[in-house]
Design a protein. Sequence first.
Length: 271
Amino acid sequence: MFTSIAERAVVVTGGTRGIGKGIASVFARNGAKVLITGRDSDVARAAAEELSVGGAEVSFIQADVSSREDCRRMAANAIGRMGGIDVLCANAGVFPDGRLADMTEEMLDEVLGTNLKGTVFSVQACLPELKRSGRGRVILTSSITGPITGYPGWTGYGASKAGQLGFMRTAAIELAPSRITVNAILPGNIITEGLAALGEEYAARMAVSIPLRRLGSVDDIGYAALFLATEEAGYITGQTIVIDGGQVLPETLEAIAPEVGPEVGRAEAAG
Ligand code: NAP
């Protein structure tokens, strides 16, 4: 149904594990050339090898998105390996826990430096190649936390994730004449390696507040990124897609309690 993105050149920052690795995997499985990045080169190498199984074209470069110089090196490497950049998935992120009362300047610098400045640096570095592509796509990994919801300990994180959306809306306008679209995915609770290690009971407890009663998979996020990268999504820019199993919808937990629903209402009316 959708135009193939085979052979497109895709950069996924933070593509060495978790959601980014899932995004990279979906693009690779659909025939794209993919470059993944992360700070730990051993993890990056192992991920690239794993994602290349079956003949997919996945390479890696060690790069820290909070460094403008590293982002430039990343873009140059992408040109060298893939011949250009059609899609940038600016996904690298950290989520340090820190209550407002205790948050140090260093903690704030880390989370804003990676999540917000890192997004800006990555896009800036890839911009010339995205323009050259003629159908450039920027896909940000934001979060429901910050733009829509809050959670104790995540004031800095929430600010960084909401900040990405402020960046996106003006970037979308500035880059539209170059036929580059800029959109953001807002994941809810997604099962990554770290979360899976906490066990099924933990995941089940978290799933209670989600109408679809399960946590998301990294593929759930990857498929949305793939769609936003297609020709058919070329008229969508400056927009957000929430992928959370409906987590932000209920006004209270009671709204999704099994005993609440039309049946209860009907029974009450009848009684
Ligand atoms: P993760 O499993 O910890 O993976 C984070 C990735 O980012 C790794 O590849 C990591 O590699 C890389 N990274 C971190 N800091 C970096 C830096 N300064 N420069 C370059 N790479 C860096 O995290 P995740 O859960 O997949 O999260 C990925 C994105 O999704 C983040 O932006 C996060 O805010 C967002 N998100 C996640 C969830 C969720 O439920 N998991 C929900 C909402 C939003 P290195 O450590 O080797 O650098």
